[in-house]
Design a protein around this ligand. Structure first.
Ligand SMILES: NC(=O)C1=CN([C@@H]2O[C@H](COP(=O)(O)OP(=O)(O)OC[C@H]3O[C@@H](n4cnc5c(N)ncnc54)[C@H](OP(=O)(O)O)[C@@H]3O)[C@@H](O)[C@H]2O)C=CC1
Ligand SMILES: CC(=O)N[C@@H](CCC(=O)OP(=O)(O)O)C(=O)O
Length: 359
């Protein structure tokens, strides 16, 4: 299919190592890899959990329950064809440099997503590690083409953030088609608590989050703001400004993003609908719902699907787009596997579930 040296690898089973396998994202990568027909699971590593069995942390991963987690270092990860890094931000750059150019490194953390070092420094407060191809294949690029083309044959991949995946896919069609204005985009998105990782935090205790919703990172300070702006700007071909407000929702997984943008002068409801239909008609994972049906997080739980709907609020002249994703699948682990498939020359959908878990 693709004329690239990686393609020969698919003749054999691909060995994939996972760093951070005891965490939510790493364990979800393992779950998907267990259902992937072309993959064997290689070394699994952790931080303070190294030396313990994966089953102590992720008992649902029965076939891997007895695997002992190794330390997260280049020596332990050596020998794999692919290394997925599901580590806290900041850890990926130095480790990837030690892994060498021959291995495909898929980074689930934020370290290599942003193109603009100044944006990284402003929102993350550390030195920028560099920019890797952004693993959002469905992203429409201004002037034609999709981000997918940058992923085929790549050896380094930056997995998009969970909120940015939902927000960017929600509005990119309107930006690319010119039916949405780039200024004053507003996004309010709710996330399940697994988005915060499993490290203990008081605010994540059941007693704190159950039966309640609360915003955080309000006022343009959340670190996903520049990533959402970056993706939408790439679709629009000019700078897009976004007010982004994340919200914590009392559910284990899922993101529901509601994004609104000024409609371009003369944009009609049918032109808006056509932009979204055209954008995603051939995308295996991005599903524009029939008119009148709206996305629900339950419908995408456990799957790599994105459910979308769009409407024109003619009274105020704004386009309203809503997207639902599973933060741990299309928002992280599924995107990692989808990007891996593309980089290796495998069919893009291999090993990725399209069916959700509702009710
Ligand atoms: N959760 C989500 O929805 C999403 C997560 N991501 C990203 O994925 C990455 C992992 O997130 P998540 O799984 O949620 O986090 P968790 O806290 O659940 O897991 C973190 C993992 O990293 C390991 N770890 C922590 N510190 C170190 C260290 N110093 N050296 C080596 N290993 C370490 C942990 O091991 P140990 O068990 O020993 O502590 C654990 O395996 C993050 O960058 C996150 O932003 C991206 C998109 C969505
Ligand atoms: C609910 C919650 O806390 N969500 C996290 C985002 C999820 C995440 O892990 O961020 P990345 O996708 O950039 O890795 C947050 O707001 O920081």
């Amino acid at each position: 299919m693709h004329d690239h040296p990686w393609v020969c690898m698919v003749m054999h089973m691909v060995q994939v190592a996972v760093a951070g396998a005891s965490g939510y994202a790493g364990a979800e990568v393992c779950r998907l890899l267990l259902g992937h027909p072309d993959v064997t699971v290689g070394a699994l590593t952790a931080g303070s959990s190294a030396g313990s069995a994966l089953g102590e942390h992720a008992p649902h991963l029965l076939p891997l329950a007895d695997r002992v987690l190794g330390p997260t270092d280049a020596e332990t990860l050596a020998g794999a064809d692919v290394v997925v890094l599901a580590l806290p931000h900041g850890a990926s750059g130095p480790l990837a440099a030690e892994l060498g150019d021959g291995v495909l490194v898929v980074d689930a953390a934020a370290d290599h997503r942003l193109v603009d070092p100044a944006a990284w420094e402003a929102f993350y407060g550390s030195d920028h590690a560099g920019t890797w191809p952004y693993a959002l294949p469905e992203l429409l690029l201004a002037g034609g083409g999709r981000q997918r083309d940058a992923l085929v044959g790549a050896r380094r991949l930056a997995v998009p953030g969970c909120y940015p995946t939902a927000c960017v896919l929600a509005l990119a069609p309107g930006m690319a088609a010119g039916v949405c204005e780039p200024e004053d985009v507003v996004v309010v998105a709710a996330s399940g608590t697994s988005g915060a990782g499993r490290a203990a935090k008081v605010g994540m205790l059941g007693a704190e989050v159950m039966g309640s919703m609360s915003p955080y990172g309000v006022g343009g300070v959340h670190r996903h703001t520049p990533e959402v702006e970056q993706g939408l700007s790439q679709a629009a071909g000019r700078p897009v400004t976004v007010s982004f407000t994340p919200t914590l929702a009392p559910m284990p997984r899922g993101i529901l993003a509601t994004a609104t943008a000024h409609a371009a002068p003369g944009a009609t409801a049918s032109a808006v609908r056509a932009a979204w239909e055209d954008a995603y008609a051939d995308e295996p994972f991005v599903h524009l719902l029939p008119p009148g049906r709206w996305p629900r997080t339950k419908d995408v739980a456990g799957s790599n699907a994105v459910h979308l709907q769009v409407a024109l609020d003619e009274r105020v002249g704004r386009v309203v787009a809503v997207a639902a994703v599973d933060n741990l699948v299309k928002g992280t682990a599924g995107a990692a596997v989808q990007g891996m498939n593309l980089a290796l020359g495998l069919p893009e959908s291999t090993g990725l579930p399209l069916v959700g878990l509702a009710p």
